[in-house]
Design a protein around this ligand. Structure first.
Ligand SMILES: Nc1ncnc2c1ncn2[C@@H]1O[C@H](COS(=O)(=O)NC(=O)[C@@H](N)CS)[C@@H](O)[C@H]1O
Ligand SMILES: [Mg+2]
Length: 468
């Protein structure tokens, strides 16, 4: 368990120029240049996956109170978290406007307008926007913010329940592929009824275990059934001429994905970035002396261009500072691969390569094998980060039959797995007795398994954790 992960996390955001939380509004921060690039590459990936069968749109930020208030469960779930706009200039607005906490109530009145017939279905829109939630729990940069700056929300509407349920499976596969591309491990569970998204039939959640053993909900997929369709009157004329309500899903993720990449792959020296999101995939570090400086720089530029021609992101750190400081800086910033080049390496026509994920030095020939060798080292770096992250997760999910052991396991930085009959009062009792959260149903229980609370036949294995 990493000592004081929280302090490490806050420090690294500042030192590696990810975000700056000194903005004068609690829970709001600035994306700084280096962090902004990581966020950009992360978003490129989710858009690439969604664009296969969704369309990207952009809705207004403000939601009329009347719309937000329409879905009883939903508004109850958000009424303590909504920011309101009540004035325009010096005039009081005749209707309060909400800053979207999420966009169901902005989008679905328009779905009711746009969806008329089965030929308008399935409707699959997503947007990447900022949403606002007046979080009263302890705010943390990227993890629990009041302006969720990187809120990807997808909203689908379907003619049939089957197609809607299939969409849930599609989103689960999309989120797996998305998180796999950064080597982020995940625990998938069906949230308990009492922790289901307001207005949804059920919620599937992706949780990641952070180095301190606490889990972070990094993505959620909700089966909305027909609840919002009935509230917002989203109907369509089916092939048989009948008017029916659509079935809906929505799926969200946020800045927390960046938090998980930083937290899970980082080490005591700083970031270790998977190549997919690293602003620089290779940092070339010239060792410059007065003598031969031009030749070394010329060679570095040649290498940079060859690697860029192969589609890689490369930077040369030619600052006039001592090499040790350069190595320190790029280890902090997590560039997956460093190439060192001094006058002697130039003579021997080699460069010294060093992966960030593990520090061995490898000599690479400066010839037409360089690009493939570099790509191979980047792949190995990604596989190693992914492998060790999954290994950490597997080692930190511990099964127990004894409710009193849960605290010991969780306090030691684990997620506990327990048999559960599925009854709400048993689930609630686990939370009350331990003070931790039931993440939800992770898989079916073995035959003959007994509920950890009631001793009745267990239906499921549930996960119990300390959460962010
Ligand atoms: N205060 C917050 N700060 C950072 N991320 C958050 C915050 N609140 C929620 N999230 C992230 O946003 C995701 C989606 O939020 S949600 O409430 O679960 N679901 C929705 O809002 C649905 N409308 C999905 S489109 C969550 O899974 C979580 O990863
Ligand atoms: Mg919340």
């Amino acid at each position: 368990m990493v000592e004081n992960f929280s302090e490490w996390f806050h420090d690294i955001l500042e030192e590696a120029n990810i975000t700056d939380s000194r903005y004068p509004i609690k829970g709001m921060a600035i994306w700084m240049p280096y962090g902004f690039k990581i966020r950009k590459y992360m978003l490129e990936k989710i858009k690439e996956l969604l664009d296969k069968d969704h369309d990207e749109v952009l809705f207004p930020l403000l939601v009329p109170e009347a719309e937000l208030a329409k879905e009883g469960e939903h508004v109850k779930g958000f009424e303590d978290e909504v920011y309101w706009v009540t004035k325009g200039g010096r005039n009081d607005l005749n209707e309060k406007l909400a800053l979207r906490p999420t966009s169901e109530t902005a989008i679905y009145p328009m779905y009711a307008l746009w969806i008329r017939s089965h030929i308008d279905l399935p409707k699959k829109y997503y947007q990447v926007v900022n949403t606002f939630r007046y979080e009263t729990k302890h705010t943390r940069p990227l993890i629990r913010v009041r302006e969720i700056t990187t809120f990807k929300e997808a909203h689908t509407a379907h003619a049939t329940k089957e197609e809607c349920d299939e969409q849930i499976e599609d989103f689960i596969e999309i989120y797996k592929e998305f998180l796999d591309s950064f080597g982020i491990p995940y625990l998938i569970s069906k949230r308990p009824v009492w922790d289901t998204f307001p207005g949804a039939d059920y919620t599937m959640a992706f949780d990641a275990i952070m180095p301190d053993g606490k889990t972070l909900q990094i993505g959620t997929i909700h089966n909305l059934g027909q609840t919002f369709a009935k509230t917002f009157d989203i109907t369509f004329e089916d092939k048989d001429g009948e008017h029916k309500y659509v079935y809906q899903t929505c799926a969200g993720l946020s800045d927390r994905v960046v938090a998980s990449i930083i937290g899970i792959h980082g080490d005591e020296k700083g970031l270790r970035l998977p190549p997919m999101v690293s602003p620089n995939q290779i940092t070339i570090i010239p060792i410059l002396f007065k003598k031969g400086k031009e030749e070394v720089m010329a060679k570095c530029t040649e290498i940079k261009e060859a690697l860029e021609d192969a589609g890689l992101r490369v930077n040369i750190d030619d600052r006039d500072i001592r090499p040790g400081k350069k190595f320190y800086d790029w280890e902090l910033k997590g560039t997956p691969l460093k190439l060192e080049l001094g006058p002697r390496d130039l003579e021997n026509n080699i460069t010294i390569a060093m992966r960030r994920d593990e520090g061995e030095k490898i000599e690479l020939a400066l010839d037409d094998t360089l690009v493939d060798n570099v790509k191979d080292l980047l792949d190995k770096s990604y596989e190693n980060l992914k492998g060790s992250a999954w290994k950490f997760q597997e080692e930190h999910v511990k099964f127990t039959e004894n409710i009193d052991e849960i605290a010991e396991l969780v306090e030691a930085g684990n997620v506990a797995a327990v048999n559960w009959c599925g009854d709400e009062d048993c689930g609630k009792e686990i939370e009350e007795k331990t003070g931790y959260d039931v993440l939800g149903i992770h898989k079916d229980a073995e035959d003959g398994a007994k509920c950890i609370v009631s001793g009745k036949d267990a239906k499921y294995v549930a996960l119990v954790a300390k959460t962010y």
